[in-house]
Design a protein around this ligand. Sequence first.
Ligand code: NAD
Length: 353
Amino acid sequence: MKAQICLLPGDGIGPEVVQAGRAVLETIASQHGHQFSFDEQLAGGAAIDATGNPLPDETITSCEAADAVLLGAVGGPKWSDPSAKVRPEQGLLKLRSVLGVFANLRPVQVLDELAAASPIKSELLKGVDLIVVRELTGGIYFGEKTRSETSASDLCTYHTHEIERIVRVAAALARKRRGKLCSVDKANVLETSRLWRETVDRLMADEFPDVELETLLVDAAAMHLLSRPADFDVIVTENMFGDILTDEASMLAGSLGLLPSASLGESTRGLYEPIHGSAPDIAGKGLANPAATIASVALLLRHSLGLESEAQQVEGAIRSVIQAGGRTADIAAPGDKVLSTSAFTEAVIKALR
Ligand code: NAD
């Protein structure tokens, strides 16, 4: 197949990990006879330095023309002055809105070999394989804000169609996996959550009667995610609850360097990125773990290009490198041989071959 992929390396370790992702895509293309073409563009701090704009028009045009976008990370101390008018994160928010991506998918898998890297007891982590689907463009983060000297408010609004479209994404995923969906809300207190729950119940009964539905209040969900993480298959929730629960879920896996994400909209075009930031403390040193970006490439192959077996091949290659003892510094135990970013990537490419 032919595909156009826009690469946005961004800042800090972004260029190092995107380079790893590209190498994996090139290997998959040459193995399976696909033609992937790449267009590398500026985003974030690097774009501010070059053009004064964190998401230049040329970058937007390239993203809109692409079948998928692979982003490294943006930001860093150089651009972090809170009073600055132009900030790297503005580029990221604009990119999400330009691409119309409303569903943020964060898969979390825990390999037995890495259970010790997690702060959670190893026996609870056996078999953890879940995806949190977070609504990305509605809710309290986007509602009207008011402020006086002594009071402030943030309006939280959800419309039925916003709930329906995110639940359809999550339920369709669950159907392809273990057939279990957990919807998280706060329906005992919030009106938006009552609409959320009614909509989920109706839609699941009408369109996904074969998918098992569990409903949890967000406070209970925060507890269950740590006490019985292996029970979850797909979790769907609104923007702010998802923001908090995805960070909690990421701790199950131990290192930020392992976890990918996909942001999807109505079309197959998606935005793929590791969940970590630009890690300025290790940038340029060859210490970054490229696994999260390579796993994001697997999501890109699956969700934007429809190449499920290639996606599984990439995920299998990461797993086999780790099972064979391949460790970057962030997941190494004392005494382990530590691989650089490029050595880990080479090992994944060897495993693909
Ligand atoms: P961070 O994720 O960059 O780093 C947190 C810690 O994890 C650091 O010690 C870092 O070295 C380590 N780490 C992160 N990714 C790693 C990897 N692949 N391999 C090994 N170790 C890794 O978070 P931070 O330090 O809070 O933020 C740094 C900058 O990144 C800030 O400017 C922040 O705004 C930005 N940021 C960007 C994004 C994004 O682009 N989506 C997300 C989060 C943070």
